[in-house]
Design a binder for this molecule. Structure first.
Ligand SMILES: Nc1ncnc2c1ncn2[C@@H]1O[C@H](COP(=O)(O)OP(=O)(O)OP(=O)(O)O)[C@@H](O)[C@H]1O
Ligand SMILES: [Mg+2]
Length: 370
């Protein structure tokens, strides 16, 4: 199964083009039609950055070679897949040698099922390539981070231990007390980072078991509510679904707890002081797709659109004193459970993080639903 991908579709009046367009729509894709010629297509593709551009060769308005050459020659658009419908000619072969040609060519007169299969396989291969790249990147970073974390842990324990002993001696000098207090605070902060980094290397520690998701969400939310109550002037509500009719999920309990801890923590961080905070959790199933979804919605400051695709990168953070591993860990835990993570956000209004996990229909129902 592939995620629904964005497809840009060059406008063509032919019956076969309309047929393919409708066929894609009926199968859950939302192709976007681009009217106009070569320049419009290049402009719209650079702007919308689709996963695939389906390009009908319709000279003289549409010059597919020019479009491929420009899009494949630009860093930010070169990874966009291009399928040219109408076959190949000598010029395309020349461009192929320079890596500036389309990714696939086909005749527009092929049966629509065959064209659909071609599109589907192009998108599936690209998805696999991206997943592979992503997991290699994560694994390499994880190994590096783990090594550094281990080197830091021992000296930190020593520094923290001695600072704690000095503090207990109750020195008369208040400045000295303050300095020691700061050393302890910073050591605690670094220890938290080391814990995160080590978890990053081995996120799937812990056994798989049947987990009552709602119960788990309540436990994590209670912990958070206790912390929020301690923070003066903060008013944040966390809402967990009351009567969710979802089966137990087969998951790593500790991993799942960490996923929601990180999501709640980010939501709390995003709600500015003075604003009444609202964190809503929604759950549901898509039986046809075999998916169980959990949404964590907040009314925080949101994420600017140009930053949205960076937030899951390890070490990306906009917060002072944080390391930026929370969402990378969420991604890793969820991927270990064969799921995926999606993020939508509107600046100033809030963010929704959706966790999609495989639905096991035969799983037992939680005790309150039996
Ligand atoms: N719910 C959210 N609302 C607004 N911005 C968010 C939200 N979740 C994540 N972000 C943005 O994504 C960045 C990365 O999040 P992530 O959880 O990975 O790291 P962090 O919270 O900065 O640090 P850490 O989780 O390691 O303590 C955040 O710094 C923030 O800018
Ligand atoms: Mg975080």
């Amino acid at each position: 199964m592939i995620r629904r991908k964005n497809i840009l579709f060059s406008f063509d009046q032919s019956i076969e083009s309309q047929h393919l367009y409708r066929y894609l729509k009926d199968r859950g894709f939302s192709p976007i039609l681009v009217e106009g010629g070569t320049a419009d297509i290049i402009y719209q593709t650079s702007l919308k950055r689709p996963d695939l551009l389906v390009l009908y060769d319709s000279p003289p308005d549409i010059d597919v070679h020019e479009i491929c050459k420009i899009l494949k020659g630009q860093m930010d658009t070169q990874s966009i897949l291009i399928l040219v419908l109408d076959g190949k000619d000598a010029k395309a072969e020349k461009l192929e040698g320079f890596g500036l040609a389309a990714d696939a060519y086909a005749s527009r007169f092929l049966p629509v099922e065959e064209l659909y299969a071609k599109i589907y396989s192009l998108l599936s291969i690209r998805e696999l390539q991206l997943q592979l790249l992503e997991s290699e990147k994560f694994a390499a970073l994880g190994r590096l981070a783990d090594r550094i974390a281990h080197e830091f842990r021992n000296p930190l324990t020593v520094i923290g231990g001695f600072a704690y002993r000095i503090k207990k001696k109750k020195l008369n000098d208040p400045v000295c007390q303050e300095y020691v207090g700061r050393i302890i605070k910073e050591v605690n902060r670094l220890e938290r980072i080391i814990d995160q980094v080590t978890e990053f290397e081995i996120p799937s520690k812990g056994d798989y078991e049947y987990v009552d998701l709602i119960e788990l969400l309540r436990e994590v939310a209670e912990e958070f509510k206790a912390c929020i109550r301690k923070a003066p002037g903060r008013e944040i509500e966390i809402e967990i679904p009351e009567n969710a009719q979802i089966p137990l999920i087969h998951a790593n309990r500790q991993g799942l707890q960490n996923v929601f801890k990180n999501l709640f923590e980010n939501a709390v961080d995003a709600i500015p002081e003075g604003r009444k905070g609202h964190i809503r959790v929604l759950t549901g199933m898509d039986v046809g797709e075999g998916i169980l979804w959990i949404k964590v919605k907040d009314n925080g400051i949101g994420i600017p659109p140009e930053e949205l695709n960076k937030v899951m990168d390890p070490f990306y953070t906009t917060k002072p004193y944080r390391i930026g591993l929370g969402l990378a860990l969420v991604y890793q835990h969820v991927r270990d459970m064969q799921g995926r993570v999606e993020i939508e956000s509107e600046e100033g209004k809030g963010t929704t993080v959706t966790i999609l996990l495989p639905l096991i229909l035969k799983a037992p129902l939680p005790s309150h639903q039996r």
